[in-house]
Ligand binder design. Sequence first.
Ligand code: FES
Length: 103
Amino acid sequence: MTATRIALGHLNDIPRQGARIVQTPTGEIAIFRTLDDQIFALNNQCPHKGGPLAQGIVHGTQVTCPLHGWVINLDSGDAAAPDEGCVNRYTVDNESGMLYLSI
Ligand code: FES
């Protein structure tokens, strides 16, 4: 299957330690920006009970789910111990500040 590339706009459209949501054919994907301008993309569904991760708090390279406080690693999509679970992650290319999501 060929990857689909979706233009996300400019890095600065996403607040530091914030997120925005993109609707894709595979569902809602949350795009996160860390304090040091790294970008990560995960399905916008917590592996616990589907909480909206885009509304969580970004700290370091993790996000805390707004519903019950699970911590998800943005780089792997894995829940931090002691919780167990995983959410799909996607690649985002940063080309001179313009972001492109591959799904
Ligand atoms: S749904 Fe995310 S911690 Fe429960």
